[in-house]
Design a protein around this ligand. Structure first.
Ligand SMILES: [Ca+2]
Length: 299
């Protein structure tokens, strides 16, 4: 082979190799970027922040991953004042809460002994949060938090604001909602990262975790970024599973204790700690009211 023919042969080989590579990439089940370009940037950020490359890429190529602007929109417009807390004080609810105390007596007593938090207050919180684990939310947490984390992008904002209620479309409301949305972007990313680390550590299916529109999960409705700080393994199986009652009970008690809960504290001091759990004075009043009903005729 002459020098020239060798050059042409090498060039042909290089072209064939490049063509084959393109064909393989085009037909690959493992594309270079996530289906949604917004998630591609999010993916890069998560990897840059130390999350496992393969793990993150598998998630953002999953067929279930998608933007959920409507959920964020409803969440943004939701008003605490619309909650009827009296629903948690009727006889049926109180009876169920008392039965729950009886059923989970061992876990509640263990939490009381370890953290100094009475069963009545733990069960009052679990009742108001999720009716003792019967309503933990139906939204894919990974999609809710991923959407929140990219909500500083104009195309996402347009989608979120496209489904506002008519009464929220005046200039003042829009300004308020935009302010609220901006606050959720950083928080969304923080919770998304915490969720992914939690899922990776425990080997969960990330698309099996469902929660609230806010991104809170489990029986006690914790935001993922709170799990590593306050979560407690109540059943000693080596992991914190907020959908497990023993873990949920221990985690609520752990949260209160870490915020300096003291049984002998004043109602005001305890109220401030409950307010940290859910920033609503009506919520705090409801917890107290249910707690006092649970303490009546309860051993
Ligand atoms: Ca556990």
């Amino acid at each position: 082979m002459t020098c020239w023919s060798r050059k042409i042969f090498n060039r042909k080989n290089a072209l064939i190799t490049a063509a084959v590579t393109l064909i393989i990439l085009a037909g690959s089940t493992f594309p270079l970027f996530a289906a949604d370009p917004l998630f591609a940037n999010l993916e890069k950020r998560l990897i840059k922040d130390g999350l496992d490359v393969e793990f993150v890429r598998d998630i953002y190529r999953h067929s279930s991953v998608k933007l959920e602007p409507n959920i964020i929109s409803v969440n943004l417009q939701w008003k605490e004042s619309t909650v009827n807390y009296n629903q948690f004080l009727d006889k049926k609810t109180v009876a169920k809460a008392k039965a729950y105390i009886h059923k989970h007596r061992e876990a509640l007593d263990a939490a009381d002994k370890r953290f100094g938090v009475s069963p009545a207050i733990i069960v009052a919180i679990l009742t108001v949060e999720t009716r003792l684990g019967t309503f933990t939310g139906n939204y894919h947490t990974i999609n809710v938090l991923s959407t929140m984390a990219v909500a500083d992008n104009l195309p996402v904002q347009k989608k979120i604001f496209a489904s506002l209620l008519p009464e929220n479309t005046d200039a003042d409301s829009l300004k308020q909602l935009m302010k609220r949305l901006n606050k959720r972007v950083d928080r969304g990313y923080r919770d998304l990262k915490a969720l992914l680390l939690y899922v990776q550590e425990n080997g969960n299916d990330p698309f099996a975790i469902k929660g609230s529109r806010e991104g809170a999960i489990g029986i006690p409705q914790f935001l993922p970024s709170n799990i590593s700080q306050y979560g407690h393994d109540g059943n000693n199986d080596g992991m914190v599973d907020l959908f497990n009652h023993e873990d949920a009970i221990a985690t609520v008690a752990s949260f209160l204790k870490m915020h300096h809960w003291n049984k002998t504290g004043t109602e005001e001091e305890k109220g401030e700690i409950l307010f940290r759990y859910n920033r609503s004075s009506s919520y705090v009043d409801a917890i107290y009211a249910l707690c006092s009903r649970l303490k009546k005729n309860n051993s």
